[in-house]
Design a protein around this ligand. Structure first.
Ligand code: ADP
Length: 167
């Protein structure tokens, strides 16, 4: 039986930290679905369509991974996709409590769905979509932390990046 996992998140926008989790996830699963899950508590910089497009381009046709979006219960999506695993990345302790809560809630909703965590690659420990948007807004250029396509799209949103320090 094919091992399929769903990697959910906001991906607003996708970063090299996310790509690292995807690459490593692909060595564990036959198929990975990167799922843009609508998050009612976050306002987004990019539309879902823009995020899908950026992820697809960043993946460059990599085999075994596809992108989708969903605004319902995550575990329902997981089952309907024929998967039984949720993949998440873990950075610091601050994330642990939220992730723990989500994993247990999802398990309560459906006991057959397990959440698997991968530790962040040390290079991406402090990389988050939020901090990338913040430094870009303030005029730094986070080129080394995001895929090329995301860099170009962010330059359109934040022209001040072009004059800033490249990090
Ligand atoms: P959410 O909005 O649910 O926090 P994100 O788009 O921020 O979603 O992230 C999706 C998943 O990717 C989460 O599990 C998050 O912990 C993980 N992630 C984000 N950035 C990194 C990173 N730099 N290294 C490892 N995992 C990461």
């Amino acid at each position: 039986m094919k091992k399929i996992a769903v990697y959910p998140g906001s991906f607003d926008p996708i970063t090299n930290g996310h790509l690292d989790i995807i690459k490593r996830g692909l060595s564990m699963f036959d198929e990975l679905i990167v799922l843009i899950a609508y998050n009612s508590t976050k306002s987004s910089l990019f539309t879902v369509e823009e995020r899908v497009e950026m992820i697809q381009e960043a993946l460059g046709g990599k085999k075994g991974v596809r992108v989708d979006s969903y605004d319902g219960l995550l575990v329902d999506y997981v089952r309907s996709a024929g998967a039984n695993t949720i993949l998440r990345g873990l950075r610091a302790m601050s994330e642990f409590e939220y992730e723990f809560q989500m994993a247990l809630m999802n398990r309560r909703i459906n006991r057959n769905v397990e959440t698997v965590f991968l530790m962040t690659g040390y290079k991406w420990f402090y990389t988050s979509s939020t901090i990338i948007k913040e430094v870009a807004r303030l005029g730094a250029s986070p080129k080394g932390l995001i895929p090329e396509i995301v860099y170009r799209k962010m330059q359109e949103k934040f022209p001040q990046m072009n004059k800033g320090k490249v990090i």
